[in-house]
Design a protein around this ligand. Structure first.
Ligand SMILES: [Zn+2]
Length: 336
């Protein structure tokens, strides 16, 4: 019997209701056609000399292929973020669609309930794997044009001062002051009308911030920041120079032809914080970079439809495998 793929909408045309109606064979077909647009390739030896093992698709184990070169078996999940997962293909696509369509993210608890998953741990791991798929690949390239750079403090429990080894409060550190917090500094670089890139940094200082800018921004760009001293002198390294607004005197936008402002970066942080406080409640420092990847992904692709974003995220599954151990365990009382 020849294998015939089922006929239905492609993933980028789908709304959530279409995704919910998918059968297991349809979901498998979608994942296979995104991962292997032409012919299936063996993930073990990259050979195309492979064949589908016949039989009905009933469970996760179905969709098996055999490689004639290395004699190994594989499914669409092998060598991707989905490897070793016991979640069905349908649930994977539904989870991808949920996370790509909710502006402020979806909590692991919500995913667990919506998809009928057995445990919080499974849902938490699923969400983190999807965040990993959303991470920009190395080919994404430098940010161009006008790039707004700003930093903020995210997460942590407020009102808990940072102490040194002897238990003495370390004074006068931004975010760690006497009334301070253990929040984590996050830097965002936002292309005006374009992509976003963000992530936690160890310290807010000139060395770190300039390093992040040099690494991520094209040399012909214009950098826009607030009045922070950390950015002083960065203009010399970029063709478009460096412009800044002085937030301390309530100056948020200036310039006539081109607006000098960091409003896009501020909007980005507002969204990220609404996600961290409103959806996830608590995000640990260790995993914060994945949440940043998730919010950057949605921001960069905000002009696309939910289905298009889902298809883009699914196409990021290849070669990114995250075992649970590597992620660590979920913390109690929050997303971790
Ligand atoms: Zn092989």
């Amino acid at each position: 019997m020849k294998y015939e793929p089922p006929k239905f909408k492609t993933l980028h045309e789908m709304a959530f209701i279409d995704v919910c109606r998918l059968s297991e064979p349809q979901a498998l077909h979608i994942l296979e056609s995104i991962r292997w647009p032409e012919d299936p390739v063996c993930p073990h030896c990259k050979s195309k000399n492979v064949a589908r093992i016949k039989g009905k698709v009933k469970s996760v184990r179905d969709g098996l292929h055999r490689c004639y070169e290395c004699k190994q078996h594989f499914t669409v999940m092998v060598g991707t973020i989905m490897e070793d997962s016991h979640i069905t293909y349908r649930q994977w696509i539904q989870a991808f669609h949920s996370m790509c369509s909710h502006k402020k993210g979806v909590s692991a608890l919500q995913l667990q309930r919506n998809l009928g998953l057995g445990s919080y741990r499974t849902a938490w791991h699923l969400a983190h794997r999807i965040r990993f798929a959303m991470q920009e690949g190395p080919l994404a390239g430098a940010l161009k044009g006008i790039v707004e750079v700003d930093e903020t403090w995210v997460g942590g429990k407020p009102g808990r001062p940072k102490k040194d080894k002897k238990g003495k409060v370390i004074p006068n550190q931004k975010g760690f002051g006497p009334n301070g917090t253990n929040k984590t500094p996050v830097v965002a670089l936002i292309e005006r009308n374009g992509r976003a890139r963000s992530g936690p940094v160890e310290y807010v200082c000139a060395k770190t911030l300039k390093g992040v800018i040099r690494e991520n921004v094209d040399k012909a760009s214009t950098i826009m920041t607030d009045e922070s001293k950390c950015y002083k002198g960065i203009g010399k390294e970029f063709g478009g120079g460096h412009e800044s607004v002085n937030h301390s005197i309530r100056e948020y936008s200036k310039g006539e032809e081109i607006a000098i402002t960091t409003n896009s970066a501020e909007s980005y942080f507002a969204l990220l914080k609404r996600g961290v406080h409103g959806t996830f409640h608590h995000v640990s420092k260790k995993h914060l970079h994945r949440y940043c990847d998730e919010f950057s992904f949605r921001w960069s692709n905000r002009k696309k439809t939910d289905g298009e974003r889902t298809e883009m995220a699914v196409s990021g599954i290849e070669g990114k495998r995250v075992p649970y151990k590597k992620l660590g365990t979920a913390l109690k009382g929050g997303e971790g």
